[in-house]
Design a protein around this ligand. Sequence first.
Ligand code: NAP
Length: 288
Amino acid sequence: MDMVQLNNGVQMPQLGFGVFQMTDLAECEQAVVDAIASGYRLIDTAAAYHNEAAVGRAIKRSGVAREELFITSKLWVSDASYERAKKGIDQSLQNLGVDYLDLYLLHQPFGDVIGAWRALEEAYKAGKIRAIGVSNFYADQLKNLILSTDVKPVINQIEVNPWYQEHSEVAFAQAEEIQVEAWAPFAEGKHNIFTDDRIAAIGSRYGKSNGQVILRWLLQRGIVVIPKSVHQNRMAENINVFDFELTTAEMATMNDLDKGESQFFDHRDPAAIEQIFGTSLAALKENK
Ligand code: NAP
């Protein structure tokens, strides 16, 4: 497994396992046990996925030492204030049944982001979290956070996949020494990504699937990837991407696939913000 070094010196696997939308908790627990058995060491969950406890049970069942694993969780918008974040961090630790988290992210750039970040900084300095970062931040929001606080985020976890490539956001983060981590690396299968002919033509040269070519393209861009699957054969397929390399021409072919828009929703669209985060922001206002 290739590793990346974060800007605070912590080492992180470049490929991990995501558990979004694993709402069947028995299935989630078994999937994480299977993923760890398949060689995954980085597990990406979030308070908002409501499966931290299942991930925690899987970690215990896996038989792999805690220090060999890299566990990420995220603080949801309804806890995005200084006081609420302190509780949210402790809640994630308790749900997961661990003494420390390897990485904890502000899940969204909404709510009292600076206040919440101060709570993450305190937990980081207290040794509860080895590295702190953000998710779904754009360059201006990252810059604001960096200039307003003491500890620089180590990571920005954003949507990056062949249909939404985010070259300028990736370049900005990389210039700031903030590691980019791609969520939905497969765009959750949209637009027939697993059978697309252009990707398949590249894969056929190496005996690799579309999924493997996509992950390889992201890895070669210096990005951390966290594909999700509940199927053991796909887990094995998705981690088997360290024995081939795309050429410069193949990287360019992949770059040409960009549709230039999110495959899910625009985090900058006021209507989407209200629809998706409005209830959480109202709860935050009430509980502050
Ligand atoms: P994804 O990894 O792009 O796609 C997952 C889908 O692809 C599932 O339907 C899975 O099906 C299928 N799949 C996986 N490997 C496959 C393969 N080799 N061949 C064919 N199909 C395959 O989507 P995602 O889960 O949304 O994103 C990955 C992780 O990113 C999440 O789990 C989560 O940890 C993180 N994430 C973060 C945010 C954020 O806001 N920070 C947002 C979304 C996601 P099966 O499971 O049935 O195999």
